[in-house]
Design a protein around this ligand. Structure first.
Ligand SMILES: [Ca+2]
Length: 257
């Protein structure tokens, strides 16, 4: 059992204990989770138990690969290529879950839920001014539901929208460090409470103060396909159009309470 799985198992056990003691509180439930393993060149394995594997789409030679660093046993996903502003030649890759309709909060979209991922970027590969998508479902347009995690200009931010109201939480003043794993978790903690936590995935230590807000928000029911690593694949476009992620990603998750 690798460290992240061990920590997950410990956290799961703790949640069960709370649930038993409290009587009514549900154990959070991973609807989809990608922890770095692939079963083929284009299939990312869902470890949540829901068999919701992801499929890699690509253009211009882009790829997602499962990598294990020397001295480690923990696989992660690497998105190929360097930051690119030359339309027609940018390596592109993204992951699309087989099923997106399950990535909806309970209570017809009104329930509490969380999503997130760990990322590691590399100076010289990534454009520090770029928009980069991590995990999103739905688009940021008027009238559309969405939940989204992104690292635009290397600053983590989460967005929730019900089609009318929106919340954007940003870790203002914090930028992703070079060659370092950082975990980001976006949570709807109650009907009106939202939070972004940026932590060291190995220890859980906050790397910047948690960002929270309260807001009016209805049901969040995105449509279409959830995407990981870019909002679209289009060989004629450049990174600024596709929000292509550059670097490494691990433990991408969506869970409902
Ligand atoms: Ca992993």
């Amino acid at each position: 059992m690798n460290k992240s799985r061990l920590l997950a198992a410990v956290a799961f056990g703790a949640a069960i204990a709370v649930s038993t003691a409290g009587g009514a509180q549900a154990v959070f439930y991973y609807e989809a989770r990608y922890q770095g393993t692939m079963s083929s060149a284009t299939t990312v394995v869902d470890t949540s138990g829901n068999l919701n594997d992801g499929t890699v789409g690509s253009a211009n030679g882009g790829a997602v690969t499962s990598v294990i660093d020397a001295g480690s046993t923990n696989p992660y996903l690497h998105f190929s290529g360097n930051a690119c502003a030359s339309p027609g030649s940018c390596e592109q890759s993204r992951i699309v879950p087989a099923v997106s309709s399950t990535l909806i909060p309970n209570s017809s979209g009104s329930g509490t839920f969380a999503f997130g991922a760990s990322v590691r970027i590399h100076n010289g590969v990534v454009d520090p001014l770029a928009g980069m998508n991590v995990f999103q479902y739905g688009f940021a347009v008027a009238g559309a539901s969405q939940w989204k995690l992104q690292v635009d200009k290397l600053t983590p931010s989460c967005r929730w929208a019900d089609g009318t109201n929106e919340v954007l939480l940003k870790a203002t003043g914090y930028t992703l460090p070079d060659n370092t794993w950082v975990k980001m978790k976006c949570s709807r903690l109650s009907a009106t409470s939202f939070e972004l936590r940026v932590t060291d995935p190995a220890t859980g230590t906050l790397l910047t103060p948690a960002v929270t807000t309260t807001a009016t928000m209805g049901a969040i029911v995105p449509t279409g396909s959830a995407t990981i690593g870019a909002k679209t694949i289009n060989s004629a476009k450049q990174d600024a159009d596709t929000d292509q992620f550059r670097g490494d990603m691990d433990d991408i998750f969506f869970h409902r309470d």
